[in-house]
Design a protein around this ligand. Structure first.
Ligand SMILES: [Zn+2]
Length: 297
């Protein structure tokens, strides 16, 4: 199904997630789509409790030279199943389990992809937020990070602007949560854009269109229409999403975005660094920082 959609939507480069043990699907996809540049990304976690990934035995396809279509890994804070010393559970804590993540990232070759689901829940102990991707991205400058959902999964439309500031619950109580959730979503998306513009190795995927997103993406150099949700499940999904962004931003901006994305995945990380120095007017690394002068009291 995916291959038909790639062809009918005239997509000539694709980042595709495949199941942990499903590299053969990438080979089949590549065979049916000659001329398409494939970036296969191995989903590390299991599909359900019965398929939980044994965290100690996990082997990355990315370290196997014979698997040429594998170009990275996919992890999720709130999806997928793991077996930790016999304990089966879903999700991966990007903060508390960072040692595991570092172990995988250290194994990845230059220019490989790390795709990270962002839950974006407005709670004070979640590491599933844009800053976490920014932190891994600065520690691994030779890898390319996809910040999924532009930092906010926005479950059940919670990211949308509520009609009213003060809402009333079914029990008749005042509820200001929808406005807070909306503020939080906008804050996450704006933060996501800053990381993508300033850090050379961060790119955003839009996930499902909401007006907030196209509004802040006007100022973003690096973003792509896509998701870790199967956008290619039905052949009109991708095109429908694209139409919504074109309506808000114009055809030229969306076309420029496609060119930037394609380049992001083709370019070496050194080229990405050079581009970001230019985009942000940074001095290059050989320039001397000006001497700090003590301020008079
Ligand atoms: Zn996701």
């Amino acid at each position: 199904m995916i291959y038909l959609n790639l062809l009918s939507n005239e997509i000539d480069a694709a980042v595709t997630l495949y199941p942990r043990d499903g590299y053969r699907y990438m080979e089949q996809l590549a065979k049916k789509t000659p001329g398409v540049q494939h970036y296969g990304v191995q989903v590390l976690m299991g599909i359900d409790a019965n398929d939980a990934t044994d965290i100690k035995k996990l082997a990355l396809d990315a370290t196997d030279n014979s698997k040429e279509y594998c170009r990275g890994i996919k992890i999720a804070s709130h999806r997928g199943w793991w077996n930790r010393n016999g304990e089966i559970d879903s999700g991966l804590d990007y903060g508390g389990e960072s040692s595991k993540i570092h172990k995988w990232l250290k194994q990845l070759p230059d220019n490989y992809i790390v795709s990270m689901h962002m839950q974006g829940d407005p709670i004070n102990n979640s590491a599933s937020i844009p800053m976490t991707v920014g932190m891994y991205a600065y520690k691994y400058p030779h890898l390319k990070f996809i910040m999924n959902h532009m930092g906010d999964y926005g479950q059940g439309g919670l990211s949308n602007k509520p009609r009213n500031y003060v809402t009333i619950t079914k029990d008749g109580e005042t509820n200001l949560f929808p406005a807070f959730r909306y503020a939080h979503s906008r804050a996450l998306c704006k933060a996501a854009v800053e990381y993508a513009n300033i850090q050379h190795n961060v790119i955003l995927d839009t996930s499902v269109y909401i007006p907030n997103k196209s509004e802040v993406l006007r100022d973003c150099f690096r973003w792509a229409i896509g998701s870790d949700y199967p956008f290619c499940k039905k052949d009109y999904l991708f095109i429908d999403e694209e139409k919504k962004f074109i309506k808000d931003m114009g055809e030229e901006a969306v076309q420029k975005m496609h060119e930037n994305v394609k380049w992001f995945f083709e370019a070496s990380y050194q080229d990405l660094i050079n581009m970001n120095i230019e985009l942000n007017n940074f001095s290059d690394c050989n320039a001397k920082a000006s001497k700090r002068v003590a301020q008079p009291a």
